[in-house]
Design a protein around this ligand. Structure first.
Ligand code: ATP
Ligand code: MG
Ligand code: MG
Ligand code: MG
Length: 521
């Protein structure tokens, strides 16, 4: 497969077509019939009515590549494996097949077609919930064990309850691991104990790929295992088996069992090309390269090569390095181009607001790299180039998108220059304080580094404790917006609480739609 992500997309669709799946078109990033959610965040989201029982016109086996936007992952952008925009390859069985066919076909695709190294693959299965008499998902686990054995990998599954112990001691040779309901159970509200009567749920079986070149980072725990977040193991996909229904006194089997599988296309590209950094795969690298090139040339000399091994965002808000900035710009540029292609325009509400936020964040990050003009308009052709093969609508809309984003950038740059004037007023008496840095950032979109730079340039004194004060104000504001936005952005868009982030997955979305369908808003 070389380094061509487009070939992986094609292979996945073709492979499932050969196995009787109808290839369906991607849905818009803006959900057409779901006013409760701003964006399409998973492949299953547009298919909810069918998973809940409506007959799909294309049949009971479906496959697609769905463009997704997860604004709630914004704080993750900067690591090696999360972007706000990504493509999810998905296949569905609407009562047509279940665990055996799904897991076997998936394994064959990954190992025989994509030629992934089976010794670097890891699978998870649900450990069971004895309290609810929901059995351990031995069927999925033994399917995986048998499949690994066909490649000479002997791997008894790590027993229920042992996954944590294994994590504490290292996972040894295990390639099939049971995790409890916190990782391998699918339902709206998480664990079975919190599910209301009438809600469907079921076990989730995930697939991870290991990147041995990424050393385990002990700050994430003593030992590495698939659910460790250090970047050595990457989740490439998961199969949700819609199997149970919550009743008044427990769980019963659903009359029709569905499969919902989703895999990140860019994650697969990482695995296929053995690239531990998503931003170095072929769809994103041209963007990152353009940004670092412009950054270098506009500084008069090329900046030092960024350290690509950094896997996490630095903790201090507003602080960044070249690498993180380039990643954020690449991600946000791609997101705003696809949003524009789906008809969103920058504004102060709903989808337009998120788009504006992405655009401005990219421009601010660009400034920190010395890019002072034409960032977004300049990146449009790079995005179009990478995607017009799979999504010809981008090529058609390209020039118009460029105009829209160019105008938005010009508008924001005017706001920023007002910030420069305000800088003079705010620092006239007390020099540059943390409060001034915050006001400039919050009201004028003036990046903190820029304030400090401007102070240096104009000979204004800088309060030694500005950063602490600024950080405190940022944290305060984040808390405020969390509370204020709870009702406004039901998609969890401005709310980055852990609970929301965790819930705002396919699971969360499914439940929302379920409630819609059931009419119990
Ligand atoms: P992760 O645990 O890595 O955040 P997830 O469990 O939240 O992923 P799912 O809701 O299961 O993600 O989505 C299916 C697949 O989509 C994931 O297995 C992953 O390959 C991919 N994916 C999810 N979020 C992102 C993202 N922000 N950027 C790129 N790919 C993603
Ligand atoms: Mg996950
Ligand atoms: Mg998952
Ligand atoms: Mg996630």
């Amino acid at each position: 497969f070389g380094v061509d992500t487009a070939a992986i997309r094609r292979a996945y669709l073709d492979y499932h077509r050969l196995h009787g799946h109808a290839v369906i078109a991607r849905a818009s990033l803006v959900p057409r019939e779901d006013p409760t959610t701003l964006f399409t965040g998973s492949g299953m989201q547009p298919l909810l009515p069918y998973l809940l029982g409506a007959p799909h016109p294309a049949g009971d086996r479906l496959v697609d590549s769905q463009t997704c936007l997860r604004a709630e992952d914004i704080d993750e952008v900067g690591d090696t494996r999360h972007t706000t925009f990504f493509e999810m390859l998905g296949n569905w069985s609407l009562g047509a097949y279940f665990k055996a066919e799904q897991i076997e076909r998936l394994f064959t695709f990954l190992v025989d077609h994509l030629r992934l190294d089976p010794s670097r693959l890891y699978a998870t299965a649900f450990a069971g919930a004895p309290r609810w008499r929901i059995p351990r998902d031995d069927e999925s686990a033994s399917l995986w064990v048998r499949l690994f054995a066909t490649k000479g990998i002997v791997t008894p599954p790590v027993e229920a309850g042992d996954a944590e112990r294994a994590a504490a001691t290292g996972i040894g040779d295990a390639h099939v691991l049971f995790y409890d309901e916190s990782q391998c159970w699918w339902s709206r509200s998480g664990p079975p104990s919190t599910m209301p009567e009438g809600e469907p749920g079921g076990p989730d079986s995930e697939v991870f790929y290991e990147f041995p070149q990424v050393p385990h980072d002990p700050s994430f725990g003593a030992h590495c295992h698939p659910h460790c977040d250090c970047g050595r193991f990457i989740e490439i996909g998961n199969s949700v088996f819609m199997q149970y229904l919550r009743t008044s006194d427990g769980f019963v089997e659903l009359p029709r069992r569905n499969v919902d599988f989703g895999a990140g296309l860019e994650r697969l590209a990482m695995a296929v090309t053995d690239t531990a950094d998503m931003f170095q795969t072929d769809l994103l690298r041209p963007l990152v390269d353009a940004v670092t090139d412009w950054s270098g040339s506009r500084h008069g000399a090329r900046r030092a090569e960024p350290d690509w091994s950094i896997t996490r965002m630095p903790g201090v808000p507003g602080e960044h390095d070249t690498l993180t900035a380039a990643r954020v710009i690449a991600d946000h540029a791609r997101a705003v181009v696809f949003l524009a292609a789906d008809g969103v325009v920058p504004s102060n509400t709903a989808q337009g607001y998120v788009m504006r936020r992405f655009a401005r964040r990219a421009i601010r990050q660009g400034l920190s790299l010395g890019i002072e003009s034409d960032l977004l308009a300049g990146l449009v052709p790079v995005v179009v180039d990478a995607y017009c093969g799979a999504y010809p609508e981008l090529a058609t809309a390209g020039p118009e998108i460029q105009t829209t984003l160019g105008q938005e950038e010009a508008l924001f740059r005017r706001t920023l220059s007002r910030g420069v004037r305000e800088f003079g007023r705010l620092t006239a008496t007390g020099g540059l304080t943390g409060d001034a840095v915050f006001t400039l950032f919050d009201t004028f979109g003036f990046p903190p580094e820029l304030s400090v730079e401007e102070a240096g340039r104009t000979g204004v004194g800088v309060d030694g404790a500005w950063r602490e004060r600024f950080t405190a104000r940022m944290a305060e504001q984040k808390q405020r917006s969390k509370t204020a936005s709870a009702g406004l952005f039901k998609g969890g868009l401005a709310d980055h609480s852990e609970a929301t982030t965790r819930l705002h997955t396919a699971t969360h979305l499914l439940y929302k739609a379920l409630r819609l369908v059931l009419g119990e808003h």
